[in-house]
Design a protein around this ligand. Structure first.
Ligand code: SF4
Length: 189
């Protein structure tokens, strides 16, 4: 869907124009933050000067779904909130992508209760899963770079009826988790 759908297929012009369109899209991803819990704080941290999401052209957080093309679900989603999440996703412009940030969004995390959705991928086509509780800002940036690679590869899979399929890319952690619990030192050393 979009500009490229109006072009003739299999021509050199189409191929080159597609490349330019994809380059423009991957360089100006506009996220729609759906932050419901602690992961949202890490999401905010990615935009600060230390991590500087602007380096990837993706710092323009839009709270208007019609102006956004990347949904970042950061935090647990309750069953009551789910219809809102789905509506916001449906209002976003095509083509659009979804990142599931953190254990809660991807699996329900530690909230194994009837009130919390046990993985948003049951209801939304998730493209990239970012691991962690919470994921560090670098990990989220890794997820956004994965989305950029998907856009570069012109990879928007659809089924024969034209329905958007999810890409289901699970990132591996880019850090070594330390063993828990940590030894505690009390008093001056
Ligand atoms: S994954 Fe961890 S940090 Fe993120 S919302 Fe759940 S409990 Fe909070």
């Amino acid at each position: 869907m979009g500009l490229e759908s109006a072009l003739p297929h299999d021509s050199v012009l189409t191929t080159n124009l597609n490349r330019v369109v994809n380059w423009a899209r991957r360089s100006s991803v506009w996220p729609m933050p759906f932050a419901t819990a602690c992961c949202g704080i890490e999401l905010m941290a990615t935009a600060c000067s230390r991590f500087d999401l602007a380096r990837f052209g993706a710092e323009v957080m839009r709270f208007s779904p019609r102006q956004a093309d990347l949904m970042i679900v950061a935090g647990r989603v309750s069953v009551k909130t789910l219809p809102v999440l789905q509506r916001v996703y449906e209002q976003m412009a095509e083509p659009k992508w979804v990142i599931s940030m953190g254990a809660c969004a991807s699996t329900g995390g530690v909230f194994d209760t009837y009130a919390v959705v046990q993985g948003i991928d049951q209801f939304l086509p998730v493209d990239v899963y970012v691991p962690g509780c919470p994921p560090r800002p670098e990990m989220l940036i890794e997820g956004i770079m994965a989305i950029q690679r998907i856009i570069d590869a012109d990879n928007i899979p659809r089924d024969p009826t034209g329905k958007r399929l999810s890409l289901n890319i699970a990132l591996t952690p880019n850090y070594e988790p330390r063993s828990q619990p940590r030894p505690i030192t009390i008093g001056a050393t």
